[in-house]
Write a protein that binds this ligand. Structure first.
Ligand SMILES: [Zn+2]
Length: 437
């Protein structure tokens, strides 16, 4: 007997149409007129069905840093957040800079089975910024992009050569933009809060100067540049200018940059310490403006788990980064859709089709005949963020205790349920078949 799942009363993410949705043996099928007895049924009560979310900036921490996260826990957290594909960063121990490590990550991810994992390989050997990694071999092994994320590629000459060597692969270089001399030993945004706390600041131009340099190098080489986790008003302007010039430059931003400012650091709260840092209210407004006008190509979480011991260190010594997979969709709905900055359909597009385009991944639709790769979420449901209930090992979120709107009910990847929220009730219809409408 086939495995048939029926989702009654779902809302299509793009058309807004109310419908019955069916998945049989992992494949989307037309909803049957009557529900067979063996089917399992979810009453969605108007919840939205959308293609599975994609996060192209995740730190899974393996190999080598499994105290912070593992491929198993990180991908499980992704499924809980509604993601069916994530790209993982190579700043691990050792760095993912060989074909063998790319293959190792892919095998581990397949064994975990919670979502698709797209490995990003290093630009330079050991991410040291000196000698180019074997980009062609990394591409053949399955890398979807190259990045020294965690660090900038300091040398413009090295970046130029990386763009030239990456060009035949068609893959982008994902750039963590910060000018090391301007960043110095800064630990948070340069501004009033840093002054009040006596902490070294990092100005927004430390990011934007490098964005402009790499846009010019994209112009010179015709290689693809993707600007990671943009945070500063000047950087959004830099990306806007690059697009006006028709350069092969794209960019992402993360939920914390449209929700928070550097005031969240409060009294040395290390859960508000990330790199690039939370910035001013003007930067936050510029971030939202860049999302609205299409300057920002897609969203990403920069999910960066750390142990509690590490985050309990004094502010200057604690590592940069927060977790993000399990709050991303709710922060998008609560702070972009609810205030009217974006339609729900556009917001979902920035988590689905948009990142797929950057990695040239096939589009996922909800059409009959395709493998089910989807998320079911209630855009109106409110919930309180409880980090102790996260699937990620990381508890380092500034949103603990916050009430957010928008809750993932179920995720399906490759036709299988990879996440079902605790309170979702599957029911079997009675022996008498009922209308599927
Ligand atoms: Zn980074």
């Amino acid at each position: 007997m086939s495995a048939l799942s029926i989702f009654k009363e779902v809302t299509h993410w793009r058309t807004g149409e109310r419908m019955t949705f069916a998945v049989e043996d992992g494949v989307v099928v037309p909803a049957p007129r009557t529900i067979p007895e063996h089917a399992r049924v979810i009453h969605a009560n108007g919840a939205v069905i959308a293609p599975g979310l994609v996060d192209l900036h995740v730190h899974l921490r393996e190999p080598g840093q499994s105290a912070k996260e593992t491929i198993e826990t990180g991908t499980r957290a992704a499924a809980a957040g509604g993601f069916t594909a994530i790209a993982c960063m190579p700043n691990t121990d050792p760095v993912i800079d060989t074909a063998a490590w790319v293959e190792w990550v892919r095998r581990r991810a397949e064994a975990a089975g919670h979502c698709q994992v797209l490995p990003i390989a290093a630009v330079t050997v050991g991410q040291k910024g000196e000698q180019l990694a074997p980009l062609d071999a990394l591409w053949h092994a399955g890398a979807v992009a190259f990045s020294d994320d965690g660090h900038p590629v300091h040398s413009a000459a090295v970046m130029r050569r990386a763009l030239e060597y990456a060009r035949p692969t068609g893959l982008p270089i994902i750039c963590h933009e910060e000018d090391p001399s301007l960043k110095g030993d800064g630990v948070m945004n340069e501004g009033f809060t840093a002054t009040r706390l006596g902490l070294r600041g990092i100005p927004g131009v430390a990011e934007s100067i490098m964005c402009r340099r790499d846009a010019d190098l994209a112009d010179l080489t015709n290689g693809r540049v993707h600007l990671a986790h943009l945070s500063a008003a000047q950087s959004f302007d830099a990306l806007r200018d690059a697009k006006r010039r028709g350069l092969p430059v794209t960019g992402e931003t993360c939920p914390h940059y449209w929700v928070l400012t550097d005031e969240a650091v409060g009294d040395y709260d290390t859960y508000a310490k990330m790199n690039p840092p939370l910035r001013s209210e003007e930067d936050r407004a510029a971030c939202i403006a860049a999302i609205i006008d299409g300057t920002i190509d897609c969203f990403a979480t920069d999910h960066a788990p750390h142990t509690e011991d590490e985050k309990e260190r004094p502010f200057t010594d604690a590592p940069f980064g927060i977790v993000g997979l399990e709050t991303a969709l709710a922060l998008t709905i609560t702070y972009l859709v609810e205030p009217g900055h974006l339609s729900l359909a556009r917001a979902i597009e920035l988590w689905t089709d948009a990142p797929r385009r950057i990695f040239k991944l096939p589009e996922v639709t909800l059409e009959p005949g395709t493998q089910a790769d989807l998320v079911l979420f209630d855009p109106a449901a409110q919930w309180v963020v409880d980090p102790t209930k996260f699937y990620t090992k990381g508890r380092n979120t500034p949103f603990g205790g916050w009430t957010l709107q928008g809750r993932v009910l179920a995720t399906l990847h490759e036709g299988r349920f990879t996440h079902v929220a605790d309170d979702v009730v599957f029911e079997r219809p009675s022996a008498v078949t009922e209308s599927a409408r």
